[in-house]
Design a binder for this molecule. Structure first.
Ligand code: UD1
Length: 420
């Protein structure tokens, strides 16, 4: 397993170009199964997760290829509606092919993704939405088998999610666009990545009202056509690099990104003392002195995103004063705490709350990445520690951060990949 060797202490400063959003690209790639034609998707990040999904989609017979950051997919000759365990188990978001396959072919067989390090993460809401559209669902030998009603087409319905779920909303939208009749989805996730998916589907000919609101009304169409679309920039990658500036009296300019999607995070950065300036497609964070302590509660959009919790915690570790962080989205998303403690942080966890007492500096140590976003909090913390740290299990970071070593080097981080 590869590791990172990081030698601090660095001032994190410089310019970095942000890639396309991982969490938007995954549903958009899955949506490329839907049209009876060829689609072109630009700004797709080069990541383990996008590679896995492309492999999975290719397995259904879609002619799909990625060149640079552009993916071309011709879904006219789909032959198979099966997503095997070997691929699904490496990436939970593989479940996003269930909606498109079921909508297009009236049948789908997708391995259940299972739990992951940040929680059990069931997909019951995805399945309930399909059932509401008339699908019969069985789970056999670890596979979800879904079948549309007689005639092979899902039927429009009224459905309200029991909780706000990003993936559940995305899967339900992709199923509803080809259903017979009107589907009214309530308590939908409003995350920018859900909005991006809905916009791409509209360019394919889908009829969707209420995009970006909790209630979406979708009038099913008989067929979708191919389209050309560009993935939005990655708000979490943006926030992760900006956080580095706050931890190191640094100065980070993120380009090819948008402040629109990062508002709650930028507001927190400001209350911690950072000077944030923004333009049409850039955000800059400049930090002078130590950050101030803050209180954070993760919430669904437009609240503070859970995917920035670990990185903000790393900033709080160096803040003047005591911060409180409440994790409301996932039940087990403090796995990075013991690792940050190894780097000298003072953190106490009680259930969903973490109390962080700021320390003057991190100290180098060997640590282990525990999940995707947690890995970045450890990388940044190690960069701010005076000496050499080793970060193990960095396959997590390879899943979600495009060209991470080069981008970190451009920001002054002394980082080396140790092949294992
Ligand atoms: C997506 C993001 C992930 C982010 C999360 C929350 C992708 C690929 N991943 O994950 O980075 O952290 O949104 O913003 O876009 N739940 C259920 N039943 C369901 C579905 C969800 O109980 O059927 C629960 C989950 O266990 C979790 C919460 O709802 O506690 C939110 O999950 P969800 O919004 O679905 O997250 P993902 O789509 O998996």
């Amino acid at each position: 397993m590869d590791k990172f060797k990081i030698t601090g202490k660095s001032r994190i400063a410089g310019e970095v170009t942000i890639s396309g959003s991982k969490n938007a690209a995954l549903p958009l790639l899955a949506a490329m199964i839907l049209p009876n034609g060829e689609s072109v998707l630009h700004n797709v990040p080069t990541l383990k997760d996008t590679e896995t999904l492309i492999k999975l989609i290719a397995g259904t017979g879609v002619a799909i290829a990625k060149q640079g950051n552009t993916v071309v997919a011709d879904a006219r000759c789909v032959t198979d509606y099966y997503a095997p365990y070997e691929l699904v188990r490496t990436m939970r978001a593989s479940i996003l092919v269930l909606g498109p396959l079921l909508a297009r072919f009236g049948e789908a067989e997708v391995s259940l993704p299972g739990g992951c390090s940040i929680g059990s993460r069931p997909v019951d809401q995805h399945l309930k939405a399909f059932e509401a559209m008339g699908a019969s669902i069985t789970v056999e030998n670890g596979y979800v088998k879904a079948k549309a009603p007689a005639g092979g087409r899902l039927i429009g319905c009224d459905f309200s999610f029991d909780m706000v779920t990003v993936g559940g909303t995305e899967n339900a939208i992709m199923a509803a666009v080809l259903a017979k009749g009107v589907t009214r989805l309530q308590n939908c996730a409003c995350e920018p990545e859900v909005v991006d998916l809905a916009k791409m589907l509209v360019t394919m000919g889908a009829k969707i009202d209420g995009i970006g609101t909790p209630t979406m009304v979708i009038e099913g169409v008989d067929d979708l056509h191919g389209c050309e679309y560009t993935v939005i920039s990655d708000r979490i990658e943006t926030g992760s690099y900006l956080a580095g500036a706050l931890m190191s009296e640094g100065d980070v300019l993120t380009k090819n990104t948008s402040a629109e999607f990062l508002y709650p995070v930028l507001k927190k950065f400001e209350s911690m003392g950072a000077i944030i300036t923004t333009g049409n497609d850039w955000i800059r964070a400049v930090m002078k002195g130590r950050p101030k302590a803050v209180d954070i509660r993760t919430q669904v959009h437009p609240g503070f995103p859970t995917d920035m919790q670990a990185q903000l915690m790393a900033v709080c570790c160096l803040a003047q004063g005591t911060s409180t962080i409440i994790e409301n989205i996932f039940e087990n998303r403090f796995m990075h705490v013991p690792e940050l403690q190894r780097l000298g942080a003072n953190i106490k966890v009680d259930g969903h709350a973490a109390v962080v007492v700021g320390v003057d500096s991190f100290t180098p140590a060997p640590v282990m990445a525990t999940d995707l976003r947690a890995s970045m909090s450890l990388v940044m913390a190690a960069a701010c520690a005076d000496g050499e740290s080793i970060i193990d299990r960095i396959y997590h970071i390879d899943r979600g951060y495009d060209d991470v070593e080069n981008k970190l080097r451009a920001l002054g981080v002394n980082i080396e990949r140790l092949k294992g």
